[in-house]
Design a protein around this ligand. Structure first.
Ligand SMILES: [Zn+2]
Length: 219
């Protein structure tokens, strides 16, 4: 696909995501739960495909081919050529910036979808009505909604003991809009957010799966 067409395609897709609001109404009913899970899972696959195409087209390092005057020494470059070059470079920089930004948003959208799917996976699971084997939603989908014992009737269960918070899903930067969401935070919120990020960076050695927030207040 042509380079600028890929940027446009990615932007259009992210826009579609941002216009599609997430409903958690009666989410404990399997049809609603499944619809949301499948939607997020499908989108995650599309986003990952987009990212792969972008990686293949060098979006990770869009500025590397910015070479001012080829192999010529500066003294050999005419004024006319220089302004031509600077126009060209300006265009190039704009395009490179667009690529960098859209890739950044696609990556953020991928992470947000993974978080949302992770919460759903923790929350609901399926149990075969015949052999009582348990399936996570991803296994259930992978198996073509069929148990390995051959039966296709399942009961949907909500995991009471696991840690999940489905109510955060509508607030995740699913369309890669994390910068927009950050700009909507108060000064205090932004500072707290930065502190959380720093803590995560310091914990690089291990894999951070959950964070507990402690709020202290004075009477
Ligand atoms: Zn079974």
């Amino acid at each position: 696909m042509e380079e600028s067409a890929l940027v446009a395609k990615a932007e259009k897709y992210l826009k579609e995501i941002s216009n599609d609001s997430i409903s958690l109404d009666n989410i404990e009913e399997f049809e609603n739960f499944k619809r949301l899970y499948y939607k997020l899972d499908d989108r995650l696959n599309s986003l990952q495909e987009l990212k792969e195409s972008m990686d293949a087209q060098g979006y990770t390092t869009p500025f590397t081919s910015l070479n001012k005057y080829g192999t010529k020494a500066i003294a050999e470059v005419s004024l006319e050529e220089m302004s031509e070059n600077s126009r060209h470079n300006q265009m190039f920089r704009m395009k490179a910036n667009a690529k960098k930004n859209v890739l950044d948003r696609v990556k953020s959208a991928i992470d947000a979808h993974k978080i949302a799917i992770g919460h759903l996976e923790q929350c609901g699971y399926l149990k075969c009505d015949s052999c009582y084997k348990k399936y996570s939603l991803s296994e259930f989908r992978l198996k073509g909604e069929k148990c390995s014992c051959g039966h296709e009737n399942f009961s949907f269960k909500i995991n009471k003991d696991a840690t999940y918070r489905l109510e955060i899903i509508p607030y995740l930067p699913l369309s890669g809009n994390y910068l927009v969401l950050m700009s909507e935070l108060s000064g205090y919120g932004r500072n707290s957010f930065k502190k959380v990020l720093n803590i995560l960076k310091q914990e690089r050695k291990g894999l951070v799966k959950t964070i507990s927030l402690v709020i202290r207040f004075r009477d």
